[in-house]
Design a protein around this ligand. Structure first.
Ligand SMILES: [Zn+2]
Length: 317
């Protein structure tokens, strides 16, 4: 457990895949601590949390979940059993969690969606297999208390930060931003287009980065990587990073239709492991969707007997 300014404590939990760790934060409040995120539900998550909670001077009164990705909420059941704390989660995000993790049907949805975007069958099978690896490490609670962006939780303002996840909420108080995966250093947070997600996640993300600049926090703590002493500068860097990536994406398009899968190769390289290709395709698609909104690309649907069987993109003239 690391001590940060303002009495905030940071607990870092291991991840079996990159980036190898996730940060959870303990925020001191009137009746104890708000725990922000619980880490992946690895087999010994309960023992690890028991050891951390043992040295905490006050109980955890609330567990707050920033977004539904496995590395952020996987051990929620374990921590609730240890603390009996209430669990609070954004209502949009809680809906996504149930959609994606609540049944086995999601793999089928994802497979169909990769297929539409040009991913060959054999590669799709590998991509889906990668996603299924996480399932045993997700132990959610069925009944989180819903909250909305703009609300306050024990004096912390919940600030919506869509992009990395549609319903992601960050926490802001006295210029300190608990940033979840909205701002990270040195990693660039992944912003993908996924099935059933909002239509222009990169547009949402760029708006959220501009809001961060307006809010002007003086420190930010992310879900991975290093603390940020200049969150405004980091937000500006990420805006520029995506402007450059949008230029590269536009340059990869021409008059011949290309699928998201095809465009992911010039952007992210030829040799990627399945897990990385999965994110590369989703990230390529978020940039293509943004280019369509900006009038810099066209989107085409191929239909067969009235069903959409393929989606491709061309450069705008
Ligand atoms: Zn994360």
């Amino acid at each position: 457990m690391d001590e940060l300014p303002g009495g905030i404590r940071r607990v870092t939990m291991p991840l079996p895949t990159r980036p190898g760790h996730v940060h959870c934060y303990l925020l001191p409040v009137e009746d104890g601590f708000v725990l922000v995120d619980t880490g992946l539900g690895i087999p010994d998550a309960g023992e690890r949390w028991a050891a951390e909670l043992d040295v905490l001077p006050a109980p955890v009164s609330t567990i707050f979940l920033t977004h539904f990705h496995p590395d952020h909420l996987g051990a929620t059941q374990d921590v609730r059993e240890l603390t009996a704390a209430r669990v609070v989660q954004g209502s949009v995000d809680a809906g996504q969690a149930v959609l994606v993790w609540g049944s086995d049907g999601w793999s089928e949805v994802l497979a169909g969606w990769f297929h539409l975007n040009g991913v060959p069958e054999a590669v799709t099978d590998e991509l889906i297999g990668q996603g299924a690896l996480y399932r045993p490490f997700i132990r959610m609670v069925p009944d989180p208390e819903p909250v909305e962006g703009g609300a306050f939780l024990d004096g912390w303002e919940l600030v919506a930060a869509p992009g990395h996840a549609d319903g992601q909420l960050t926490l802001l108080r006295d210029g300190i931003l608990i940033a979840a995966d909205h701002l990270l250093q040195p990693i660039s947070p992944s912003v993908g287009l996924w099935p059933e997600s909002r239509p222009d996640p990169l547009g949402d993300y760029l708006d959220a980065l501009r809001r961060t600049i307006d809010l002007a926090p003086h420190a930010a703590y992310g879900g991975h990587g290093e603390p940020m002493a200049d969150p405004v500068g980091r937000a500006q860097e990420l805006i520029e990073h995506h402007a450059e990536r949008l230029r590269q994406t536009a340059a990869a398009l021409g008059p011949e239709p290309r699928t998201g899968f095809e465009v992911s190769f010039p952007l992210f390289g030829e040799s990627l492991q399945p897990a990385a290709r999965r994110f590369a395709v989703a990230e390529t698609l978020s940039h293509l969707a943004r280019l369509v909104v900006e009038g810099r690309a066209h989107r085409h649907e191929t239909t067969l007997d009235g069903d959409i069987v393929g989606v491709s993109y061309t450069a705008a003239q």
